[in-house]
Design a protein around this ligand. Structure first.
Ligand SMILES: N[C@@H](CCC[C@H](N)C(=O)O)C(=O)O
Length: 279
């Protein structure tokens, strides 16, 4: 198998993007893990696969694989790169793109200035939808991590997120607490762990320890989940600038209905890969 791929990133959250519409693609977990390696492969946080849709009301199917090879339901920064990829590669000529994902449908809009706005759908807040082990919905849940009780928000944006409010994001124990939250028994499908500092009602700073990857420079679904959790807790207004290590996203949510995310998507290079070796 010899595959053409494009390396892209959204605020430093980086992707290998493969066109599975015009190429025959077969993937397996260990191969993805090898390609994701920053020393022995191409290096990426997620692999994005563009496929034909399974339904007539969608333009594409958008599949996402973490660096550990696991297939996941959604990826916000990836969605913006996906939109630029299908438009730039002329797989579609309409800047309004309708995709299906394992986590639900998304609408992507590439604007004239190159920024991409994504309708991320409704946040899911009921514990069984996240999934999270709790008997009823709450704005904050106690989570016992090695004897310390944290109070976290829990939100699904198609994929699961825990959000912890911290005083200072720069000194937050992301590397130590992140993996403990990610693999906590109360999240049966593991979870992405966000560490949010509220600067004021329209600005937050955020670092995310991603499920299946580790800390990344930005997480789009994590930004949506943090803002939803902040609004539910009364800390934030409906339009919030989210400052991540890799740059800024604008997230809008009026307190119900769909979450909108706006930010950039960048192409880095193109290449070919065969039998695990990039050229
Ligand atoms: N980087 C992403 C999220 C990718 C998936 C995540 N690691 C998961 O396992 O759910 C984003 O920008 O949303």
């Amino acid at each position: 198998m010899r595959l053409k791929f494009t390396k892209m990133h959204g605020l430093g959250n980086d992707f290998m993007v493969i066109d599975g519409v015009t190429q025959a693609v077969e993937l397996n977990e260990s191969q993805i893990e090898k390609w994701a390696s920053r020393n022995f492969g191409i290096g990426f946080d997620q692999l994005l696969l563009v496929e034909p849709p399974s339904r007539p009301d969608r333009d594409f199917r958008y599949r996402i694989f973490n660096a550990d090879g696991s297939e996941v339901e959604n990826c916000g920064n990836g969605a913006r790169c996906f939109a630029r990829f299908v438009l730039d590669n002329k797989l579609i000529d309409n800047p309004l793109i309708r995709v299906e994902t394992a986590g639900g449908d998304l609408e992507l809009h590439v604007q004239d200035d190159g920024q991409v706005t994504v309708d991320m759908g409704r946040p899911r807040l009921r514990p069984e939808k996240i999934p999270f082990n709790a008997s009823e919905r709450a704005a904050l849940y106690p989570l016992n991590v090695n004897g310390e009780v944290l109070h976290i928000g829990a939100v699904s944006m198609g994929n699961p997120h825990a959000v912890l409010k911290v005083e200072n994001v720069d000194t937050a124990p992301v590397e130590t607490l992140g993996p403990l939250i990610e693999n906590h028994a109360d999240f049966p499908q593991r979870v992405n762990a966000g560490f949010m500092e509220v600067v004021d009602r329209n600005h937050i700073k955020l670092r995310v320890f991603e499920r299946g990857v580790g800390e990344t420079l930005a997480c789009g679904t994590g930004a949506c989940a943090a803002v939803v959790s902040g609004i539910i807790n009364g800390w934030l207004d409906p339009r919030v600038s989210v400052k991540l290590p890799g740059g800024e996203l604008i997230i809008e949510w009026p307190g119900e209905g769909n979450v909108m995310m706006t930010g950039p998507a960048s192409r880095v290079f193109e290449g070919y890969i065969s039998e695990g070796v990039a050229s």
